[in-house]
Design a protein around this ligand. Structure first.
Ligand code: PLP
Ligand code: COI
Length: 336
C-alpha cells in the first residue's frame, strides 16, 4: 500500500511489527517481536473490567539528514511509571521502555514519514492488567506492548485555529482522582463531552476544574496555554496530565524572553489573553480561534490566524524535533 504522507490523518495504519513483554511472578519477561495486531487476553483481566491500564504517546521524526529522532522519550517512561503507581500496576523500568521503543521503531523504519511531510511516527506504549481478578483488586500479571503508526495532525486543521467548547455540563476528572495519570478511564470519561463538542462543530472541549467550575483545566487530549503581556501562562491543576510538550514550550518560551507562569487560570481571564492554544504530542500546538461557554453562550475570540508567539513556539519545537535546529536541551535521541 502506498501511503500518502502529506495527507495522513491522526489514525491507525497497520505497520510490520509491535513488541510485547509480560510481567509474571514478580518480574518482566523477554521482549517479543510480533507481527500480529491482536492480543490474547483472559476474560477476567483487570484491564477489561476495572480499567487497569495506562498508555503513552510520543513521536519519532525523520530529519533532513535521514536520521530518526525520538523526542524526550525518558519523560514518557517516567510518566508511565507514575501512571502505573497511580493505579497499582507493575512499573515498566526505563531500560525496558527504551529497549521496546527503539526496537519497534527500528523494525518499522519504513513507516517513519519522510522529512518535510509534516507527518511523524506515533509511538503508543500500552500497559495493561492482564491477570484475572473478579474482586476489585490489582492484577498480578501485566502486559506491556508498544505499537507504532504514522500520523498527521490530530486536529485536521493542522496549524490553523480551531473552536473549543468550554463545558460546564461535563467533568473529565475529579480533583483528587486519576486526571493526572494517562489512564484510559479519563478518556472514556471525555467521550460524551467530546461528542457533544464535535456535534456542535467544535474541535474539542475545554474543561473547568470539577470542584469549583471556575478554573481552566484540561483541553481535550492536550494542555491549555494562554499568552499575554509577553507571558506564557498555563493552568496549574492536580487533575490535568503533566504534558511533556507543555513543559518543553515553557523552556522555549523562557529562552525567547517570555515570562512563564503555571498557576490557576479563571474562566474570566480568558478575555484577557492575546493568544490561546492547546498543546500535546498529538496536538503539537493547536491555536484556538474561539472558546464558547456552553452554559452562558459567551464567546472569547482570538482571531482567525495563529498568533505570533504560538507560531514562533510551534516552529521552534518542530525544528528541534526534526533536527533542523541544534538540540541544545538534550531532548533528542537518534535511533540508529
Ligand atoms: N493532556 C491529555 C489528556 C493528553 O492525552 C495529552 C497527550 O498525551 C496531553 C495532555 C499532552 O501531553 P504530552 O505533551 O506529553 O503529549
Ligand atoms: C498524545 O498526544 O499523545 C495523546 O495521547 C493524545 C491522544 C490521541 C489521546
Amino acid at each position: 500500500m502506498e501511503i500518502d504522507w502529506k495527507n495522513l490523518p491522526f489514525g491507525y495504519i497497520k505497520t510490520d511489527y509491535n513488541v510485547r513483554t509480560y510481567y509474571r511472578n514478580g518480574k518482566w519477561g523477554s521482549l517479543e517481536l510480533s507481527s500480529s495486531e491482536h492480543v490474547d487476553i483472559h476474560i477476567a483481566a483487570t484491564a477489561l473490567h476495572y480499567g487497569q491500564q495506562a498508555f503513552e504517546g510520543l513521536k519519532a521524526f525523520m530529519g533532513k539528514d535521514g536520521k530518526i529522532r525520538l523526542f524526550r522519550w525518558e519523560e514518557n517512561a517516567k510518566r508511565m511509571q507514575n501512571s502505573a503507581r497511580g493505579i497499582l500496576m507493575a512499573e515498566v523500568p526505563t531500560e525496558l521502555f527504551k529497549k521496546a521503543i527503539y526496537k519497534v521503531v527500528r523494525m518499522n523504519k519504513r513507516f517513519v514519514p519522510p522529512y518535510g511531510s509534516g507527518a511523524s511516527l506515533y509511538i503508543r506504549p500500552l500497559l495493561i492488567g492482564s491477570g484475572a481478578q473478579v474482586g476489585v483488586k490489582p492484577a498480578d500479571e501485566y502486559l506491556f506492548l508498544v505499537f507504532v503508526t504514522p500520523v498527521g495532525p490530530y486536529f485536521k486543521e493542522g496549524f490553523k485555529p480551531v473552536n473549543m467548547l468550554l463545558t460546564k455540563e461535563f467533568d473529565r476528572a475529579a480533583p483528587q482522582g486519576t486526571g493526572k495519570y494517562k489512564v484510559g478511564g479519563n478518556y472514556a470519561a471525555s467521550l460524551t463531552s467530546m461528542k457533544k463538542a464535535h456535534d456542535e462543530g467544535y474541535a474539542n472541549v475545554l474543561y473547568l476544574d470539577s470542584k469549583e467550575k471556575k478554573y481552566i483545566d484540561e483541553c481535550g487530549p492536550a494542555n491549555f496555554f494562554g499568552i499575554k503581556d509577553n507571558t506564557y501562562i498555563t493552568p496549574k491543576s492536580d487533575s490535568i496530565l503533566p504534558s511533556i510538550t507543555n513543559m518543553s514550550l515553557i523552556t522555549l518560551a523562557e529562552d525567547m524572553g517570555l515570562k512563564t507562569e503555571r498557576r490557576k487560570v479563571e474562566e474570566e481571564e480568558l478575555s484577557t489573553f492575546e493568544e490561546v492554544g492547546a498543546c500535546g504530542t498529538a496536538a503539537v500546538i493547536t491555536p484556538i480561534k474561539t472558546i464558547v461557554d456552553d452554559a452562558t453562550g459567551k464567546a472569547f475570540n482570538y482571531g482567525d490566524e495563529p498568533g505570533v508567539v504560538s507560531t514562533k513556539l510551534y516552529n521552534k519545537l518542530l525544528a528541534i524535533q526534526t533536527g533542523d535546529e541544534p538540540d541544545k536541551y538534550g531532548w533528542i535521541d537518534i535511533v540508529e
